[in-house]
Design a protein around this ligand. Structure first.
Ligand SMILES: [Zn+2]
Length: 457
């Protein structure tokens, strides 16, 4: 090999190495380019799209149910259902329909606004920015987490305020239900916010502390904290929280004391557990409910209900509420909720530590808090199909309490007429779409319920 050939070879080799290096750089650049652009395109975008589509699917399904219910009411709204014949006329029925439609429109607007804000926050960048902004303060795990969720819930409350104001002072006022002054509304809001802040602080810092202290088993401890808190609230709420808003008094019904005492002792309960509440200070709507566990069990009747019903009807409603007490419906419901919460906590633990979770909203990285937020939205989607199961369970409890009432009170007709009067006074929807009622209703639709009671007589 001549000197000139050797030089040529050297340059050729050097050039080749150079070319090889350039080629390698390009491959490297291409892979890193792939990981930045193509990976999101290939993995993140399908995941994000699936999540977005699932969210939209649930939303569209809710809108369809709403539209179905409205169409059904518009089609049947002028027919007086057989049990109501003689009790309400066409005009009252038209008012009830208009009220149902107006309430539906407001809740529809509310869910559209909520969904739009959620989608914008999650999918268009604000979440990533917010997550980074909170991290920038370097406040430590617990304080950062509290701030993260506190500001979000403040924002959520601010969005809810105009809807709440419209609900009370336009809608409820127009149909003669609102009895609240603006001052009372404002004081209620203030008390509510203060209470939420206290409970949020206690529960939030407790849960975050557990996450930090037991990174591998926090789902179990947080579940214990949630269940303990739920039980504590059930027990203390009637003594510490409800009296902040309402005045509870022993039932004082001229001429009915004897009958109430007789009924209570027949059910093996003490009279001190039946109270009346000054609901009329806020609203004209009437209702009755049963709450509490163990010794704290109590039946509460709205003063508005006492003003609407005859003595025998009040006894029948009381018998129904005692049915919930005797059949231990609160305890059963709490047990079911606790079991579901265990599953939810474990799923949340697993999902929060899943590396790809932020990709659901198109993010590469996310803090623990942002991950929890994504899991919460995901839980809303996944649990929505369970709504009809929970509703059906609740309606079964109502049937059980009705059966108990018929037996204890001696007839079903007084409860039936009480329900008819309450529906008429509350402008209830007498024509819900059967599928809508099956999905959402915690109580059987009134017409079916009255017909069932009358069959029992
Ligand atoms: Zn009930």
């Amino acid at each position: 090999m001549s000197e000139s050939q050797r030089i040529l070879l050297f340059y050729w080799q050097k050039n080749n190495v150079l070319m090889y290096q350039i080629a390698r750089q390009q491959v490297k650049a291409e892979t890193s380019f792939l990981s930045l652009v193509a990976l999101p395109r290939l993995v993140v975008i399908p995941m994000m799209l699936t999540f977005l589509l699932a969210y939209l699917l649930v939303f569209v399904f809710k809108l369809t149910l709403h539209a179905l219910n409205n169409r059904y009411l518009q089609r049947h709204g002028e027919t007086v259902p057989p049990p109501f014949v003689g009790l309400i006329d066409g005009e009252a029925l038209a008012t009830a329909s208009a009220y149902t439609l107006a309430k539906g429109r407001l809740s529809l607007l509310r869910s559209v606004v909520d969904a739009a804000l959620t989608l914008i926050f999650l999918f268009t960048g604000p979440l990533a920015w917010y997550d980074g902004w909170i991290a920038g303060f370097e406040l430590g795990f617990i304080v950062s987490g509290l701030l993260f969720f506190l500001l979000l819930s403040v924002a959520q409350s601010l969005v809810a305020i105009p809807f709440d104001l419209y609900h009370h002072f336009r809608l409820e006022s127009r149909y003669g239900f609102n009895r609240m002054t603006f001052k009372l509304w404002f004081v209620d809001q203030l008390k509510g916010m203060l209470l939420s802040l206290i409970f949020f602080g206690l529960l939030g810092s407790g849960a975050l502390w557990l996450v930090q202290a037991a990174p591998q088993s926090w789902w179990l401890w947080v579940w214990g904290l949630l269940v303990g808190f739920g039980l504590l609230m059930t027990v203390i709420s009637p003594y510490l929280i409800e009296p902040l808003f309402f005045k509870f008094e022993p039932l004082k019904l001229e001429g009915l004391e004897e009958a109430i005492r007789g009924m209570m002792s027949k059910a093996g309960l003490s009279v001190s557990k039946v109270l009346q509440v000054d609901a009329s200070k806020r609203s004209g709507h009437s209702n009755a409910y049963f709450t509490g566990l163990g010794k704290q069990k109590r039946v509460v009747l709205f003063d508005t209900l006492l003003a609407q019903l005859r003595g025998e009807e009040i006894l029948a409603v009381l018998a129904h509420e005692l049915g919930h007490m005797v059949k231990r419906h609160i305890r059963k419901r709490l047990l079911l909720m606790a079991t579901l919460a265990l599953g939810f906590c474990f799923a949340a633990f697993w999902l929060v530590s899943w590396t790809a979770l932020p990709q659901l909203v198109g993010m590469e990285e996310a803090s623990f808090y942002a991950r929890v937020l994504i899991v919460t939205v995901l839980a809303g989607i996944v649990t929505f199909p369970l709504t009809p199961i929970s509703s059906a369970r609740s309606r079964r409890d109502e049937d059980e309490a009705d059966d108990f009432a018929v037996e204890l009170h001696g007839n079903g007709d007084d409860l039936a007429t009480a329900l008819l009067t309450m529906s008429k006074e509350n402008l209830s929807n007498l024509h819900p779409h059967p599928f809508y009622a099956r999905w959402y209703y915690s109580h059987p639709p009134v017409v079916a319920r009255v017909e069932r009671l009358r069959r029992k007589d």
